[in-house]
Design a protein around this ligand. Structure first.
Ligand code: ZN
Ligand code: ZN
Length: 437
């Protein structure tokens, strides 16, 4: 007889197989899968100390919530990561872990799989590995994988970071997609070559990466590269005055452009990480076109000007980073970003901006053209961003309707100019735009 013991979840189709066997293979499979999980990663504390029941009796606080150390490792760390980095989408998180397996951890996989057909030895080996990793982790805080794998890990994540970060992710993604559609073959090839392979050449997937890493210790120096502070009410930009030591978005575009110019030399010079340079350039070309990223010093580009956007709280900077784009998406595009992007593209390939495109691309010297874009931004910030806005105001239809076209045009200009830069840097300028137009 087949012994189901108290297992209730069997399905009729399994019964015939089961009935021929002495062992209940379904239960065995389920138990095996579960215990292999327990013995592994998410539960080092299943091999904890006897006295505290593997951390179960150690009461701790996680943020403001009372819990115990065992539960932190059982659940809370995973839940927090899921919420913070993956928009609560488990599939996203699994994908990220898998990416690490194929990249950063790939040379360890054979070790993980090492097993000599003796179950006891195998388990012991794995337990040892776990405790080794634990020691490493507690010294450094973060899991250690190669920084390249980390780029991908974060790249796949939807990170919700509070505060002002440049065009919202929608703004950056559209800027990068518009640019990518305008690349000539050589630039397209170089971009694909520089990006992590699992992205299949999709630049937009990592365009927001510089916002995600700007607060990390290693990249903290980049956080002033996203904007320019100009003197209050002056409405001018002066590189030597406002971009001290090149630490501003115009300086950053110069810097990463000159790094990328080494690509054609086939440089093996380790000073240049050309993948990072590409991601930074692509991101900053977006930021410099967001008018409020070239704003006044005392209000931090509108960040400290709190107000209402329709019925919810926001600030002037964020209105330009994201609110206008989100409202446009919701009201006119059924939240379909592709549709909005196509509309923007339609406006310059064949619509109201068609005649302007050649002047947008006009640039004799890649290293000084960003100054022009910064001047445009501060002018727009004064004329449209700050104009008529007071702390505590409610911005609604009037503001939205008059500013939305400007936001869309800046995204278009950012995309067209990023393509122009990449085409110049990597080889075949003009071709891209010509073929698209
Ligand atoms: Zn930014
Ligand atoms: Zn911003």
């Amino acid at each position: 007889m087949c012994n189901w013991s108290n297992f209730q979840l069997h399905k009729p189709t399994y019964i015939s197989i089961c009935s021929k066997l002495t062992y209940n293979l379904i239960e065995a499979l389920i138990f095996l899968a579960h215990f292999i999980g327990d013995v592994h990663h998410h539960q080092p504390l299943h091999f904890g100390f006897t006295g505290d029941l593997g951390g179960n009796t150690i009461t701790v606080h996680w943020c403001h919530m009372k819990t115990n150390l065992h539960h932190v490792w059982d659940n809370i760390i995973i839940d927090s990561a899921l919420k913070t980095f993956y928009g609560s989408d488990l599939a996203n998180m699994i994908q990220a872990i898998q990416n690490n397996m194929t990249e950063g951890w790939s040379n360890q996989l054979s070790l993980w799989e090492c097993c000599q057909k003796n179950q006891r030895v195998c388990l012991n080996l794995k337990i040892e590995l776990i405790s080794k990793e634990l020691r490493m982790d507690s010294s450094g805080g973060l899991l250690r994988w190669s920084s390249f794998a980390f780029v991908m890990f974060v790249g796949m994540a939807t990170v919700l970071v509070p505060g002002a970060l440049g065009w919202s992710k929608e703004g950056h993604i559209m800027t990068c997609r518009i640019a990518q559609n305008l690349l000539g073959p050589e630039a397209a090839h170089a971009v694909e070559h520089l990006l992590p392979h699992n992205l299949k050449g999709d630049l937009s997937a990592l365009c927001i990466w510089p916002d995600q890493i700007r607060h990390w210790h290693k990249y903290r120096w980049t956080s002033s590269l996203h904007f320019i502070d100009t003197p209050d009410k002056d409405c001018t930009f002066d590189y030597s005055r406002d971009c001290v030591k090149d630490l501003c978005v115009a300086g950053a575009i110069q810097n990463f452009t000159s790094q990328l110019l080494h690509y054609r030399e086939g440089t093996t010079d380790r000073r240049y990480n050309l993948t990072e340079a590409l991601l930074f350039l692509s991101h900053f070309m977006g930021d410099i076109h967001q008018p409020m990223h070239v704003g006044f010093t005392s209000d931090e580009g509108g960040n400290t000007i709190e107000l209402h956007w329709f019925r919810h709280k926001s600030n002037l900077h964020h209105v330009w980073d994201r609110e206008i784009i989100l409202t446009a998406l919701k009201d006119f595009y059924e939240n379909d970003m592709d549709l909005l992007q196509e509309t923007i593209e339609g406006n310059f390939t064949d619509g109201i901006w068609y005649d302007d495109v050649s002047s947008w691309k006009d640039c004799d010297d890649l290293l000084s053209c960003p100054n022009k874009y910064a001047v445009e931004s501060i002018n727009l910030a004064c004329k449209w961003g700050y104009k008529g806005v007071k702390e505590g105001a409610t911005l609604a239809d009037d503001y939205f309707n008059s500013r939305m076209p400007i936001v869309m045009k800046r995204i278009a200009q950012g995309g067209v100019r990023l393509a122009m830069f990449l085409n110049e840097i990597f080889g075949d300028s003009e071709e891209g735009i010509a073929s698209a137009a």
